[in-house]
Ligand binder design. Structure first.
Ligand code: NAD
Length: 487
């Protein structure tokens, strides 16, 4: 049965699945409600896909990919640029959906939704830039000038995009837009807690004229749909953003296909002598608590030189005290709930455990249902779980060190390596930090909490492999053939 996406009033939205750009009910007719993490009210309803829907979506994608790869790049770009315009026109509405289902303050949700147009346009451009190389074959002994060789970059075919809940628009667009721009069919599996944003964005691509077969969105349980999608040999590329545990599972069952894994983190910020304490404390007070700390590049760990620790904390605490926790839709709220009560309880317990092991809680850390008040914990040993494990909550763990080398060791002292920041220090220390910290992005003069949509973005170590950022994503969603013309 075919269903229209229900157009959205601000309060409650209802969607079917998208299979090959058509709105449909799940094969078994199953639906589920989407609830607000703030007050539990129903904010929408979606279909629940089964493995049968995965098969139908992959069939549709096979047909769609064959048409889309033969569509000239300039025609694809026209359609994507139209999708960018539509997403921009609907940005306020999409922001309301993001805030309702994810719980982030409306102001943050607007910021996220308003980046949509730019991400799609940057991707559309990169999709027109699939250059290759000409090969100097005659430099190879035994080969003459009777041959010519070059590389040809082409779409992989079908991309499976699996996304987490914390940036329901941004992280969907960082996969779907480059995949479409470079001529692939995409099957998107958004997070179960935040499917509505993904579907609203898919609506923009469909309304812009993305042809039949090319885009599918399957909402439903990650394990079931994920296993069926990632093991299907017709899927040529998996682009996954989510936890390290799920990333490891995908890597173990995917078989022979391209993978990019954007995984967990415990990102450090070094504060060294000479740091602008006002600037550093303001950046930490923002980067540690935005989206209730549910950000892969959140400032989870601050590693501060002993000589400036007191000054730094004196500057940080009043800024943390200004964070206003409350209803995400209310003006002035800067901290919303965590995504579920289970997550809030996990964060509360991690802080409690650190304190029971000797760390000091200077402020916050109290839980009320899905909320945890913004916390600052000092005296944290890098070996403690609060530093080692990804927290994904509104708390900053402060570790004190006596010199630069101990700071670098502490920064590198977890399994993760997504991003890091450094304030202060000498030029030589900055250059050393840039080379010695094992992280995918290093920010000199800022915290890890910063991203431009066009920059290569991705982690090292347990934070994954592969890069996003529109140019890198286009590169990873295409493959290179070598063509030799024999005279
Ligand atoms: P998650 O791993 O629980 O879920 C991510 C997605 O995977 C969801 O769509 C989920 O339904 C799906 N999934 C679950 N089990 C699966 C399986 N067996 N096979 C395939 N898919 C499956 O993550 P989350 O809780 O939604 O998001 C938080 C995590 O995402 C954190 O660890 C965070 O660091 C990470 N993250 C990383 C980045 C990055 O760029 N490195 C960005 C954002 C979030």
């Amino acid at each position: 049965m075919s269903v229209e996406s229900t157009s959205v009033s601000s309060d409650r939205v209802s969607f079917g699945l998208v299979i090959g750009c058509e709105w449909r009910e799940a094969a078994d007719g199953k639906r589920t409600e989407v609830r607000s993490p703030f007050d539990g009210r129903t904010v929408g309803e979606v279909a629940v896909a089964s493995t049968l829907d995965v098969m139908v979506a992959v069939d549709a994608a096979e047909a769609g990919a064959a048409i889309w790869r033969r569509t000239p790049a300039h025609e694809r770009a026209v359609i994507l640029n139209r999708a960018a315009d539509i997403a921009e026109q609907r940005a306020d509405h999409i922001a309301a959906i993001i805030s309702a289902e994810n719980g982030k303050p409306l102001g943050e949700a607007y910021g996220e939704a308003r980046r949509s147009g730019a991400i799609i346009r940057l991707s559309a451009y990169e999709g027109t830039q699939l250059y290759g190389d000409s090969l100097p074959l005659d430099a190879n002994p035994g080969t003459g000038q009777d041959k010519a060789g070059f590389t040809l970059r082409q779409p992989v075919g079908i991309v499976a995009a699996i996304t987490p809940f914390n940036y329901p628009a941004l992280l969907v667009l960082h996969k779907v837009a480059p995949a479409l721009a470079s001529g692939n069919a995409v099957i998107l599996k958004p997070a179960t807690t935040t499917p509505l944003t993904a579907l609203a964005l898919a609506e923009a691509f469909i309304d812009a004229g993305v042809p039949e077969g090319v885009l599918s969105v399957l909402t439903g349980p990650g394990g079931l749909l994920g296993d069926a999608l990632v093991t299907d040999p017709r899927v040529r590329k998996i682009s996954f953003t989510g936890s390290t545990g799920v990333g490891e599972r995908i890597a173990s069952i995917a078989g022979v296909k391209k993978l990019s894994l954007e995984l967990g983190a415990s990102s450090p910020t070094l504060i060294l002598p000479g740091a602008d304490i006002e600037k550093a404390s303001a950046a930490v007070a923002a980067g540690g608590y935005v989206n209730a700390g549910q950000v892969c590049i959140s400032v989870q760990r601050v590693i501060v030189h002993r000589g400036i620790e007191t000054d730094f904390l004196d500057a940080l605490l009043p800024k943390v005290a200004e964070i206003r926790m409350g209803d995400p839709s209310a003006e002035g709220t800067t901290l919303g709930p965590l995504i579920t009560e289970k997550e809030a309880t996990r964060v509360e317990k991690s802080i409690e455990q650190a304190v029971s092991e000797g760390a000091r809680l200077l402020t916050g850390g109290e839980r009320d249902a899905t909320f945890v008040s913004p916390a600052v914990v000092t005296g944290v040993d890098t070996r403690q779980k609060l530093a080692q494990d990804e927290l994904f909550g509104p708390a900053v763990a402060v570790t004190t060190v006596d010199d630069f080398d101990a700071g670098i060791d502490a920064a590198n002292g977890t399994a993760y390596g997504l991003a890091a920041g450094v304030f202060g220090g000498t030029l030589s220390e900055g250059l050393c930090a840039m080379r010695e910290i094992d992280a995918g992005s290093i920010h000199l003069g800022w915290t890890p909490f910063w991203r431009a949509d066009l920059m290569p973005y991705g982690g090292l170590k347990a934070s994954g492999y592969g890069k996003e950022g529109v140019r890198s994503a286009v590169e990873e969603m295409t493959e290179v053939k070598t063509v030799i013309m024999h005279g």
